[in-house]
Design a protein around this ligand. Sequence first.
Ligand SMILES: Nc1nc2c(ncn2[C@@H]2O[C@H](COP(=O)(O)OP(=O)(O)OP(=O)(O)O)[C@@H](O)[C@H]2O)c(=O)[nH]1
Ligand SMILES: [Mg+2]
Length: 326
Amino acid sequence: MFIPTIPTPDEILDKSFRRAKKAANKIRGSNIPRHQKAKKIEEARVKTACQVIKDTFTNILTKTPEIESLNMFYQDYIDVVVGVDDMKKSLGALNWATGIISQLESEYVLKIRRSRPKKASELRRAAFGRISSVVGKIDQELEFLNYAKVKLKNMPTVDFNAITVVIAGFPNVGKSTLLRKMTSAEPKVAVYPFTTKGIQIGHMERKWKKYQIIDTPGLLDRPIMDRNDIELRAMVALEHLANFILFIFDASETSGYTLDTQFRLLDEIKKIFSVPILCIFNKIDLVENVKYLDEYTKKVDEPLMVSASKGIGVLDVIERLEEFGE
Ligand SMILES: Nc1nc2c(ncn2[C@@H]2O[C@H](COP(=O)(O)OP(=O)(O)OP(=O)(O)O)[C@@H](O)[C@H]2O)c(=O)[nH]1
Ligand SMILES: [Mg+2]
């Protein structure tokens, strides 16, 4: 997510007072009658300073995407990474400050206009004091937005028009291999919070329909009991995205997990995701006793037998996804 540069209160004030000074110098050099000059100068300083600050805040507010208008996946993502409430509170504070600065501007411009010329600079100083205090008050919120900017910079780019398939299964069962075999280009890797290796997204297009296949190393590959709160929420975010789950078994059990253990993970995934789950028995090239598999394959609807590394059955997986996508 793109958030514009967030300056510190000092940077904001420095810039606005510098600009104010420049504006004042312009008037000093102009041919405004002498007796009006002092007041005009101070008025310009207050106006310019306020304008610069208002512009800075308005720019941040308009360029930062409105959280409610984002897809639920991103809303959850932002909530997991930085917290939606804090984000809203900080943007609200900027909005508040913009309003107060506007009020101060009107108030002090009026005061200066009505004052005696000698009093004008005193009033301007008072205005600057109050402006500084308003900007200083949102110090923490600006700092938070800056932190959010950094944290949200590498949000994964997800295509919401594509049919989304999320891959699950124990480590080493062949998830990455299958993803690479199904999609043409190398999958794009994007940072995903609390998965060590980042989310991987592969794209494919079939019969004018776009599919994206997502692998989330470290997230859907072990029992739910072992997960912390953040990981559970990262999974909730995936729930919003997934149209299907591709659950991959290592039929050969060579990755070190028995099929019984793998089925327990499937049961847990079923509890979290309410979307259809397509079950794949991978590494069949290593299975010597196919009969032994029957006991397991009959537990699921229309299982697919695959060898991802040898490219066997990969087309069946794609075709099955197409049927699902219809
Ligand atoms: N024999 C055989 N080996 C396979 C097959 N599919 C994957 N492998 C191998 O199994 C190992 C693990 O494959 P990966 O695709 O990295 O598995 P993964 O599920 O992505 O693993 P993690 O990302 O660690 O969870 C690799 O050495 C693959 O070459 C298959 O169908 N047959
Ligand atoms: Mg992998």
